[in-house]
Design a protein around this ligand. Structure first.
Ligand code: HPA
Ligand code: ZN
Length: 336
């Protein structure tokens, strides 16, 4: 069922799809030095105690990305991989600021990604939207520089997001950047309530005016916030394997996905940084299905939520939901 359902992914960082094999290959190609010799060295390093532990290696890993072709190759490898998971739509995050700090031009990044997304639409029929994330650990003026660049690429960048370190950096820090971005037509989303509290989720809704909550685990700590999110149908993009590997939850049976479904929230399943957390989109569906004992009905609901929570137009959403219904009909017939 999971393998065959059409689905969308709404929370995946392009730089988090960098597999160790490609990391080492690009390091050689671009003469970037890394503290790893072999694929096993890289994988051994992926033991994280918290978000910051992961982020340190994530920024190190992405330092091998230099040319337009590198960004094309990375995006193309992701699309090829998730095509076999029956992914039909992706809303992809990228982090331009760390690349710009290494003197990689914004254009190089966006052009490589966009060329691959266009090829993915042609070759695999995967539709996409690109979301530029502001990294919280860099100052406001750095974020404004990235926004200035994004304004020149509006035809390719749909939204603005907020990621990186959450502890100690409240959403309000970027209220002015988000206001300017909204005025330019970028749709706002933010990573909140991953390690931070429900207050961060509320602040991002109120001050950044986000239209979707990335992670949002701790939103569930506040019943009035849960009612608000359910009432407004605000989507939450949850990432089960990421939560487990970053110790946001002690084990997968503690994933808040089932509780969120039961509360009537528009919750979706996503991979976040699949290379670092050991699983792509279907691995995440399988992990929650097994550990939370999800029914077939729950799994179908999650696949439907992935489109309902997307930024596709209403007719595009309906076409994808119809595809799910047809697929479910076929599966039920073949299983008698
Ligand atoms: N949280 C915050 N920042 C990130 C993440 C995440 O899960 N992945 C990549 N950047
Ligand atoms: Zn994320």
């Amino acid at each position: 069922m999971i393998d065959n359902l059409p689905k969308a992914e709404l929370h995946v960082h392009l730089e988090g799809t960098l597999e160790p094999e490609m990391m080492l290959k690009l390091a050689r190609r671009n003469k970037v030095s890394l503290p790893y010799e072999t694929v096993e060295d890289v994988r051994r390093a992926y033991e994280f105690d918290c978000l910051q532990d992961f982020l340190d290696l994530y920024y190190l890993g992405m330092s091998v990305l230099v040319t337009e072709q590198d960004f094309f190759d990375l995006t193309w490898a992701y699309l090829t991989r998730v095509h076999s998971d029956r992914l039909t739509h992706v809303e992809l995050f990228f982090d331009p600021q760390p690349h710009m700090d290494r003197n990689v031009a914004f254009e190089t990044v966006v052009e490589g990604i966009t060329r691959a997304l266009e090829a993915g639409a042609k070759e695999f029929g995967i539709s996409s939207k690109l979301i530029m994330c502001i990294v919280r650990h860099l100052p406001e003026e750095h974020a404004f520089t990235a926004l200035e660049c994004a304004k020149k690429h509006k035809e390719h960048i749909y939204g603005i997001g907020l990621d990186s370190t959450e502890r100690g950096i409240p959403p309000a820090t970027f209220a002015r950047v988000f206001k300017a971005a909204r005025e330019e037509g970028f749709v706002p989303v933010a990573h909140v309530g991953e390690e931070g509290t429900s207050e961060n989720v509320k602040e991002a809704l109120d001050l950044l005016k986000i239209e979707r909550v990335d992670h949002g685990n701790h939103a569930l700590d506040d019943p009035s916030l849960v009612s608000r999110l359910a009432h407004q149908k605000t989507p939450l993009t949850m990432c089960p394997l990421s939560n487990w590997r970053l110790k946001v939850i002690p084990d997968l049976t503690q994933s808040p996905v089932k509780k969120a479904l039961d509360e009537g929230l528009l919750v979706t399943i996503n991979s976040d940084d699949p290379s670092y957390f050991g699983g792509y989109i279907n691995d995440n569906y399988r992990a929650v299905q097994k550990n939370l004992n999800l029914s077939e009905k729950d799994v179908i609901q999650l696949a439907k939520n992935s489109f309902a929570g997307s930024f596709l137009s209403d007719p595009e959403k309906q076409a994808q939901l119809d595809k799910i219904d047809r697929q479910v009909g076929t599966l039920q017939k073949t299983m008698g």
